[in-house]
Design a protein around this ligand. Structure first.
Ligand code: UD1
Length: 354
């Protein structure tokens, strides 16, 4: 059995880690293709090193381009790799342009296609990720859904028979990483002198938040006047947007910082008083670590984080400031995202469905 994983962006490397380990444990031949969508070492190489992911077998070096050019170039460069490797499964992850490019290539070559993290929906057709995930789900032969809610979305779209609920591989990674960093120093305390519970973490990178200068400025203003320092881990898209608009990231109690390696991110999040973000991944990581989260978006795919009281969706302004400073909710033992063994369930599903 040969499984070929296609990844390209930071959140996909995180999800790849437990899959690579589960493939190795099951003796499955696992081929890794990196599209090159993310190429900065802090968005790419450090994840392979820190999460013990084998080096990619193929690197497509596509880099940053507009959506059409980026997706098209990935398709063009991936096609001969798929022909050469002729895998039993092409496995695609999440909702990036790398996901869509690989999905289209696989179906056109009649290669079986499995989609990890299938069935997530924001129902917001302005998001490129929503186009990517809806299209990929409808192309795939096997839909690996993380939750019952995701499986219900797939059933609503007539895809129920291709769906298996496997749990969420991010639970696997977060739990393993949390245990690994438990007795390591918090990097933000070492570097910035910030004590546990005395700061918040923020990330903002979605085009809807970064590409409108007035909205971006309003979000950064809110973050700069909270009662505790807020460390914003600046994604390249955010830095580029600030430079374009002549907006400063360092203001008031807001401190800008380069993106963190994954173990450092987990350590910094666990010790934080809260997270403000528009990232899908960080919303859920914060929930898994039981850190209260404020999401600067009108909707979320991870609805369980909201219904269980750990995540609040806000617009910039009073709502953002109030939500960010709210106390943590009552502890919950709910685990809508699986038991930390999702990657094994994925490999099992791939072995038995072929
Ligand atoms: C992509 C995904 C998004 C995911 C995010 C995680 C799509 C449509 N979006 O968004 O779902 O949440 O990754 O980060 O696939 N850049 C660099 N260095 C890099 C990578 C990007 O400087 O290593 C810059 C580029 O100039 C580019 C911008 O960041 O203009 C955005 O990169 P892009 O790959 O288009 O999408 P992300 O915003 O990272």
């Amino acid at each position: 059995m040969r499984i070929l994983s296609v990844v390209g962006a930071r959140p996909q490397f995180v999800k790849l880690a437990p899959i690579a380990h589960a493939c190795a444990a099951a003796g499955v031949d696992h081929v890794i293709v990196h599209t090159g969508q993310h190429y900065d070492p802090m968005l790419s190489d450090v994840f392979f090193a820190d999460l013990a992911i084998p080096a990619p077998d193929h690197h497509l070096n596509v880099g940053s381009l507009g959506h059409g050019a980026q997706t098209g170039r990935m398709m063009e460069r991936l096609e001969p790799v798929l022909v050469e490797e002729n895998p039993d499964w092409v496995l695609v992850y999440g909702d990036t342009n790398s996901t869509l490019a690989a999905a289209v290539d696989a179906v056109k070559l009649h290669l079986p296609l499995a989609h990890l993290e299938a069935g997530l929906r924001s129902f917001n057709r302005r998001m490129p990720e929503e186009h990517n995930r809806v299209a990929t789900d409808h192309l795939a032969d096997l839909l690996l859904a993380p939750t019952d809610v995701a499986a219900a979305h797939l059933a609503d779209e007539g895809l129920g028979e291709r769906t298996v609920v496997v749990g969420d591989v991010m639970t696997d990674v977060v739990m393993t990483t949390k245990a690994a960093v438990a007795d390591k120093p918090n990097p933000l305390e070492a570097e910035l002198g910030l004590k546990a519970g005395q700061y918040r973490l923020a990330t903002i990178h979605r085009p809807d938040n970064t590409d409108d200068p007035a909205r971006l400025d309003a979000i950064l203003d809110d973050l700069s006047c909270l009662d505790l320092p807020t460390v914003i881990l600046a994604h390249p898209r955010l830095i580029a947007a600030c430079e374009r608009a002549g907006i400063s990231l360092d203001r008031g109690t807001l401190i800008s910082h380069r993106p963190l390696a994954y173990p450092d991110l987990v350590a910094a999040a666990v010790a934080s008083a809260g997270v403000v973000t528009d990232s899908g991944g960080l919303q859920k990581e914060a929930f898994l670590l039981r850190v209260p989260t404020t999401t600067v978006r009108p909707e979320t795919e991870w609805v369980e984080t909201v219904s269980l009281g750990w995540n609040v969706l806000v617009e910039p302004g009073d709502a953002l400031r109030a939500a960010a400073q709210r106390p943590a909710p009552e502890p919950t033992s709910a685990s809508p995202y699986g038991d930390g063994h999702a990657a094994e369930a994925v490999v099992e599903a791939l072995l038995t469905r072929r």
